[in-house]
Design a binder for this molecule. Sequence first.
Ligand code: IVH
Length: 681
Amino acid sequence: MSPGAKSSADTLRQYEQLKADIERHQYQYYVLSEPLLPDIEFDRLFQQLLDFEQQYPDLITADSPSQRVGVKPHDGFAEVVHLQRMLSLDNAFSDEQVYDFERRVHDRLNTVAPIRYSAEPKLDGAAISIVYEKGQLLRAATRGDGQTGEDVTHNVKTIASVPLRLLGDGHPDVMEVRGEIFMPSAGFEALNARARKAGEKVFANPRNAAAGSLRQLDPSITAQRPLDIFIYGVGVVEGGALPGFHSEVLQQLQVWGLKVCPEIDVVMGADGCLNYYRSIGARREALPYEIDGVVYKIDDCDLQRKLGQVSRAPRWALAHKFPAQEQLTTVKDIAFQVGRTGAVTPVARLAPVSVAGVVVSNATLHNIDELLRKDVRVGDTVIVRRAGDVIPEVVRVVIERRSGNPAEVTLPEQCPVCGSDVVRPEGEAVARCSGGLVCPAQRKESLKHFVSRKALDVEGMGSKLIDQLVDSGRVSHFSDLFALSGAELAQMDRMGEKSADNLMAAIESAKHTTLPKFLYALGIREVGEATALSLANYFCDIEPIILASTDELQEVPDVGPVVAEHIRSFMNQAHNREVINDLLQQYNVHWPKFDKPRADAELPFSDKTIVVTGTLSAMSRAEAKEAIQQLGGKASGSVSAKTDYLLAGANAGSKLAKAESLGVPVLSEEDLLDILNKHRI
Ligand code: IVH
């Protein structure tokens, strides 16, 4: 049908239905921070409305969702009428739509001159407007419906990267800056992991977590959330002038102490935009925060003014979306997987669906409590989400699409792999198979951990091979790996003589290891790399660890009663001691003598407690912690008055703020590298 077609009663009904659906979803998303649909589905619905209105322009009503940006503010907050309307962006999903955009710009400006754009990541958080008066933060407001937002000043003031007073001078008398408040991925994962452990509600994604944290009625809760901000533009400016190019405005804002995304670039033409899109796309998963696309903005503010805006979006900007990280699919089955420590984890088997370029057919449901809270059942339509290197997860059920009355899922009483009882200690979220190493699943996972890169690092010993070795009964314990022959290995699926030889060599060289790696490889519950290193530093050999009492174990930095108990109960089991003995005596697994770190006084961090936060560039956080320990210090997780230093990388959030407020000295990554160099570690 052509634009401007006449409407019938039926189309009117259809239109009203579409509007009502969109309003309901907007309410769920903006007011409750609990979306019912993945964004991509919502975008589709919205696009339907726009298409519809293009066909039937006579139907458009002033209250159509297309005529406004968001929804009404929440009751608990004071309303703020924005000095200038907060707009939304038009979306593009293909290269073609980016070229179309540039063509429209050229037509409107009546030119074919190359266009310069500011190309920026599209942050996935909550939009914010912050007004500075004479350089002082006056008020911060959410976008709300674009005209009226909520006053969240108290909450925004708790975010360390938001300056309460602008730096330098020459600020306009009144300046409204706009940006995105977001939760860095690591902070989001940690927040959810804590909630999950405590049996509390988890956030669906970092955007909901940011929006939800920002709209807490109690600012002390917001203060505990790892929020950050990037400013991406200005609104009203009075009593002063800013540069004439958007990119220069952002530079000026940075000089005044406002945080601007370091990935922003200036590019030429639609081709430059598309190159930018691809280059950021390739690094998307490595960024420490989530983005859902990029934004192109015409850089010349005069051209922006000439182009103006349509009702909800400017004509001078375009959002180019990435493939969505959330998709809809259906649950074929719910299985229970048994992990290395016996944890019984519910997993949804899904109708395969492509999520951001990867086919997903399994998603974790974390633990039985979360499964029950989300009430996932076989046959349900669910939202699955995949981000970065995090395991795909079921975010929620689209309850409206449930048909019939599928049975509620219950925790199995017996281990699905070995039939041993499944036990769940009081107050714990995790249920476990009580079979220990009798359970083939636990055996396989333990072996996989034992040979993994950070443990004994047996190159070429893959997960499928271990499954075969265990299933065929050839390998039960760690020590059996060292008894394998080349001929035996060559008989396994997908193994030739050559790869068997290589594997034999890898097994042989895995015998030369280090004490911390060996301890880590044993797979004792809660003994990760850092704890293994602390144990090695303290005891210097395996024998004293095998014999240590829980009290003695607790003398080790970072070892508390729970970890001590796990170590003791592992060592109390005769078969574990036998395996260790076989490895060391019979198979000659060995390590260079482990010396206590040099006499304490010589080391720069002796007796010092150091917290590491933010993204480091030359090393991982785990490596930084190891370095700190080698320098005599203790790496700790949270900042308190007892913290001696904070090592802060890029995008350090709440910990940095806390350290600053407590007067804890802050070290940079370069500082640490300098110290390491000086001590030739
Ligand atoms: S510019 C008139 N730049 O995307 C321009 N927006 O649909 C309006 N967003 O809620 C926004 N990153 O909060 C702009 N670099 C960026 C952005 C960005 C994320 C959000 C914005 C708004 C939505 C627009």
